[in-house]
Design a protein. Sequence first.
Length: 259
Amino acid sequence: MAENVIFYFSGTGNCLDIARNIAKGIGGADLVRIKKGMAVTDVSDARKVGFVFPCYGGGAPADVLKYAKEIKVSPSAYTFGVTSCAAYKGTGLARLNKIIPLSYWGVITHHCSCIWLFPHYLMMPRLSVGEAEARSKKLAAAMAKDIMAGKVRKKPGLNILNAIENAGFSGMLKKKASQFEVNDNCIACGQCASICPRENIRIVNNKASIGTDCAQCLGCLQFCPRNAISIGDVSKKREHYHNPHVKAAELSKDEEHIG
Ligand SMILES: Cc1cc2nc3c(=O)[nH]c(=O)nc-3n(C[C@H](O)[C@H](O)[C@H](O)COP(=O)(O)O)c2cc1C
């Protein structure tokens, strides 16, 4: 492994894009996707170890916290966390900090990937996709500078409102997971199955079949080249979103090296 490693969780590409931009600013890194059957867990040789993940329901995606417990980091490593969100960072960084103490953390708002909740342009501040991308790149570059300087950023505690919101979120996700529909536009290309972080999608009788073990990353729906996947009626009407710099094939990789 490289001396810098960044673990990322991403459904629609914003966090992979942020991880890449930070990696460029710190002189390169190995990027490892957080998913079922994660490729790398022992990074005890790495000098800088980062985590980039979205805010989901006021907290971190459950898989980030679950797999963080398996990751071996040297106590002398510099550690950092970045959360991407549409509006507010939530409790994810504070929770991760309890598992892997973080030296530094930051937040980058970006377009909203939660299609059943809001249209994607409802982010804070409200920006076009191009403007949001430019802002995200600038913030990631500034964080990379801080990381290179070994900056330690004072960490605020858990936000009680987000903690309450997050407590009810896993129940809501279970309900949502049963609402996926795949229509006849599906050409069984298998892209959704290859990017699913939980291996929850299979091709059955020439059609994608989505199980109930869903992380709600919504990558399957948002990247589908045929708009064949929906989750509730509202998602059928809404414009899809994925990060303009990230292709689905790149998200299906377990690892990526930024040199
Ligand atoms: C299931 C789900 C829940 C989300 N919950 C929140 C939230 O509570 N607060 C927020 O600001 N953004 C929320 N978002 C927006 C994402 O955090 C944001 O779009 C992020 O940039 C997505 O990263 P990705 O493209 O790497 O998947 C949510 C998105 C999803 C899919």
